[in-house]
Design a protein around this ligand. Structure first.
Ligand SMILES: *Cc1c(COP(=O)(O)O)cnc(C)c1O
Ligand code: SF4
Length: 394
């Protein structure tokens, strides 16, 4: 099968059985009902028609007093922008809707704690050149764009995203490429942002092409939330041809809730796989959005059906204005405890804290070691049954 044969959600019937397809609801168009297909399925139209003002938001949902106040108070600090596609997934009446919570400003964003930071991961400190963070020995994070299809309320990079003054200028991209060219220990480049798929196709082709010319670069990754918030971007054959041309490419995306797993998302991820990409997912653990094991299990099961491999669950960072999304670490550990052994290992991501101050990602896991005495190791399994393992004496 070729991605050129799978262009619409109807084409998915050529690949998947009906009972699998039925797990992925076909999304509507919300207040954009009546839009012509050629507009709706045009990613540039989607970006141009994002919901960015209160009157538009009021058409899409029944805005609560809190949300109205929050719009006035917060949207100067961190703009609101919701793609038409993603807006159609919002519940009109329920302010607790997980899609709404990720999209619509909340007054709690004004509550900046003493422990909050603009750049909690010290990404700016570890920049050998502007627009590139080199923290780990063999890989770099390369910010190719400061735009995103939608501006997520829980974003950890609020300081950069949608900030014109921090725009990744062409010069910056050149400086990043130069740094990678001359730094032989860079084996792996995570092209991120913002969202690199917000760049036009020629720019993406150029960046990937330049990276592929560098012999010490093996792994090229794309960090993008487009498959979730603007899956229509992946209907673009031109883009997929570019991805196909520069293989191997690993895409890492960002789904947080089963409601985001629509038929359109399935199409996007199917086309990415057909173009030769592997797709992984990082989820942010968000209070009252996905902070329980049932939701996480359901999400990860749906991801696997889209051939998206759960990779990370992030403990919510200490970025400014997102404290209302943070959970205790024990919540994350409990979720993992309810996954390991109870479901496919493939569905279980690493739970990590990206350490404040720039120490990198630190994995956390429930403790399965009951005691370790000399060469005698007592372990517990997922059902809390204990087993003894004897290590070699020398
Ligand atoms: C997350 C991250 C990476 C990639 O880390 P992996 O664990 O290899 O996925 C690279 N650089 C920075 C600065 C990062 O934050
Ligand atoms: S897509 Fe990622 S970088 Fe962009 S606003 Fe959302 S969380 Fe932030």
């Amino acid at each position: 099968m070729d991605f050129r044969e799978i262009r619409t959600i109807e084409d998915l019937e050529k690949i998947y059985p009906k009972h699998i397809l039925e797990k992925f609801p076909i999304s509507g168009r919300g207040i954009f009902e009546g839009t012509k297909d050629e507009d709706w399925y045009d990613w540039k139209w989607q970006l141009k028609n994002r919901i960015t003002t209160l009157p538009m938001l009021k058409k899409a949902i029944n805005v609560t007093g809190n949300e109205e106040k929050a719009y006035d108070a917060c949207s100067k600090k961190f703009k609101m922008a919701i793609t038409p596609y993603y807006s159609a997934l919002m519940d009109r009446d329920d302010p607790e809707c997980p899609i709404r919570k990720q999209s619509v400003p909340n007054v709690a964003e004004m509550n900046i704690l003493k422990t909050d930071m603009a750049d909690p991961l010290a990404e700016e400190r570890d920049m050998p050149v502007p627009g590139l963070t080199h923290r780990y020995p063999d890989r770099v994070l390369f910010y190719a764009s400061n735009d995103c299809p939608m501006l997520c309320r829980h974003c950890t990079r609020k300081r950069k995203v949608a900030n014109e003054s921090a725009d990744a200028k062409d010069k910056q991209i050149e400086a990043g490429l130069d740094y990678i060219r001359k730094t032989k220990r860079v084996r792996d480049v995570v092209v991120s942002g913002g969202d690199p798929l917000c760049l036009n196709n020629d720019k993406i082709d150029y960046i990937l092409g330049e990276l592929r010319k560098i012999e010490h670069v093996e792994v090229v990754r794309l960090g993008t939330r487009n498959p979730c918030t603007l899956p229509i971007r992946l209907r673009d054959d031109k883009l997929l041809e570019i991805l196909e041309k520069h293989q191997p490419i690993h895409v890492n995306t960002h789904y947080n809730h089963p409601k985001e797993c629509t038929r359109e998302a399935l199409l996007a991820n199917t086309r990415l796989s057909l173009a030769g990409c592997t797709v992984g997912n990082q989820t942010v653990l968000l209070r009252n959005v996905n902070d329980n094991a049932n939701i996480m299990l359901k999400l990860n099961h749906l991801l696997l059906l889209m051939k998206v491999r759960p990779y990370y669950i992030f403990q919510c960072d200490l970025s400014e204005g997102i404290s209302h999304f943070r959970t205790k670490v024990s919540v994350g550990l409990e979720i993992l405890e309810k996954m390991r052994g109870w479901t496919s290992g493939l569905a279980i991501p690493y739970y990590v804290v990206d350490s404040p101050g720039g120490g990198g990602k630190i994995p956390l896991t429930p403790n399965y070691v009951v005691s370790h005495d000399g060469n005698k190791l007592v372990l517990r399994n997922y059902k809390n049954v204990e087993f003894t393992y004897h290590e070699p004496i020398n």
